[in-house]
Design a protein around this ligand. Structure first.
Ligand code: SAM
Length: 284
């Protein structure tokens, strides 16, 4: 341990050196290979860390900036993390900047265990809505979709094929905390198509050549899996053919298509229209 690093009351470890091995390990979580090896990921910001703890996610390490010493909310989270058996680190701003790779880093971050749902665990019941994403590539799109799925009260997301990582720093940032609220499963195309046969849910694909206007379907009946295509290539035939219907969102201008996250949001709001309270009636 380098100079300036010591333990305070045996619970909070102070770190000021960028070469500290714990700091190096947390920095390495920027790489998918290391996240997979460690089965861990990083979430930045006090709100996200509190959300995660409230939702029962396992925290391994809590990191906070020295300037936060005495901040009641941070001290409270630190006490929760200690009680959960996590390592708690008080670090210099330089170390925080290095960990988050930002000039103006968040003052609190947590390292959490990854949590995945399996296809086997997903048994859509009447009224449930799941979203299946074919080879989603863009972390911002995936994060935005997780946030929207959370907002509309859909049940979760199934990542089909080779996709971007829901636990990357960029995706987690874009979810604004919804990564902790939305179950995520991953599956190859064959496993997804096999699972399709085990459920009564209707599979509704979105396609630029879809023959059904997305506003004309009754989504309130039974369970639904909304299937979205890849950003560049759209839905491949194997997935499109497995859908009960292919819906299209009409467009008027010159754009070829909508952005994947926007199309998912538009479809989800229509699909959940019957289930969402009217504004002004949320509390009733
Ligand atoms: N070049 C791709 C194609 O030919 O399908 C464009 C893919 S688009 C950027 C990504 C996904 O968003 C599509 O596969 C589809 O699932 C959905 N999408 C985008 N615009 C849509 C629309 N107007 N109607 C239905 N789905 C749409």
């Amino acid at each position: 341990m380098s100079t300036g690093e010591n333990r305070r009351v045996g619970q909070v470890k102070e770190i000021t050196s960028l070469t500290n091995p714990i700091v190096k390990d947390i920095r390495a979580l920027a790489m998918k290979k290391f996240r997979d090896q460690q089965n861990a990921f990083m979430a930045e910001g006090l709100k996200l860390v509190i959300d995660a703890l409230d939702l029962g996610w396992t925290i391994r390490t809590l990191v906070f900036g020295k300037s936060q010493r005495g901040n009641q909310a941070v001290e409270k989270v630190a006490a929760r993390a200690v009680a959960a058996g996590a390592l708690v680190l008080e670090v210099s701003e330089k170390v925080l900047g290095a960990i988050t790779r930002r000039d103006n880093p968040q003052m609190v971050l947590g390292v959490f265990e990854q949590r995945w749902t399996t296809l086997k665990q997903i048994r859509p019941a009447d009224g449930d809505l799941w979203v299946a994403l074919d080879r989603v590539r863009d972390p911002g799109n995936l994060g935005t979709i997780l946030r929207t799925v959370d907002a509309v009260g859909a049940k979760g997301v199934i990542l089909v094929g080779d996709t971007t990582d829901p636990f990357s720093v960029e995706t987690v940032r874009a979810t604004m905390g919804s990564v902790f609220a939305v179950p995520v499963a991953k599956a190859g195309v064959d496993a997804f198509l096999a699972w399709r046969k085990t459920t009564d849910a209707r599979f509704i694909g979105t396609h630029l050549k879809g023959s059904v206007d997305y506003r004309t379907v009754d989504y309130a009946r039974g369970a639904v899996v909304l299937v979205m295509g890849n950003e560049q290539q759209g839905l491949p035939d194997a997935l499109a053919d497995a859908c009960d219907a292919l819906i299209r969102i009409p467009q008027a201008g010159r754009a070829d298509s909508l952005n994947l996250a926007v199309a998912t949001g538009v479809a989800l709001y229509e699909m959940r229209r019957h289930a969402l309270p009217s504004v002004g009636r949320e509390e009733q």
